[in-house]
Design a protein around this ligand. Sequence first.
Ligand code: ATR
Length: 279
Amino acid sequence: MTLRYAVFGHPVAHSLSPRIHRAFASQFQLDIDYQAIEVDGDFPDALQRFAEAGGVGANVTLPYKEAAYALSATTSDRARRAGAVNMLTRRADGWAGDNTDGAGLVRDLTERHRLDLRGRRVLLLGAGGAAHGVAPALLDAGIDSLVVVNRHTDRADRMVDQLSEPDRVSSRYWDDLETIGGFELVINATSAGREHRQFQLPFSLAKPRFDAVDLNYGEGAIAFLAWARAAHADHAIDGLGMLVEQAAECFEAWHGKRPDTEPVYQELCASSVTLRTGD
Ligand code: ATR
């Protein structure tokens, strides 16, 4: 029987997840059915109908990652630390929720781009779902410290409290960006680029050797990566690699096989200028 998988989101029509999972499946001659399911409203109901129709695994993207966390019967440790779920697996007692975003980012940075994250002073711009997903994995990767900056500081404060590592994690006001000093890694987890908004960042955020990562890709990453290049980043990396790697984590959990991500990543890079951003 063909196993049914899907990505849920809104909007989700341009999601690359079906393409990525089908490409992985073809590496093993696996017969899977992976669709994008647009949900404008009642996510729990949509998921219930998917389960009744034989759905066994789901990815969840904007804006339902917190909702997926809330309706998971069980959650992994990393999902609890993120407070968000991007992967659901059907079990006898309900949906098991996990979060592979952070692991995907760290694998992309450390294995594909060969970055050593240990000991770095890291700036995380944004405190929404994307930022929550990656922060725990960055801390586990051995960074020295994480400074979270968000326009609405209360969100950054809540995120810092949730991470429960006061020695390494702190928040600052957006207006502090001019005076906050330099970082060895600057990560854009805001949706500013996706909304086609420019945002000005001071070059003083860049230490003489620094890397910059945008969790967005395609058009959504253009503005931040332009800043990074102007600030002479050693690496200016978009979110495509993270997307492929988080999908590989899910694929392995569902099918017990580790796909080769590189050909899939290269194929997406070749078309990335025209990609819409999203999950
Ligand atoms: P996502 O799941 O992609 O993180 P989200 O939860 O809606 O989406 O969060 C969007 C993030 O981008 C938030 O941190 C938001 O900041 P606020 O919480 O202050 O709204 C940030 N963001 C959106 N537009 C921005 C802009 N023009 N400049 C800076 N930050 C922006």
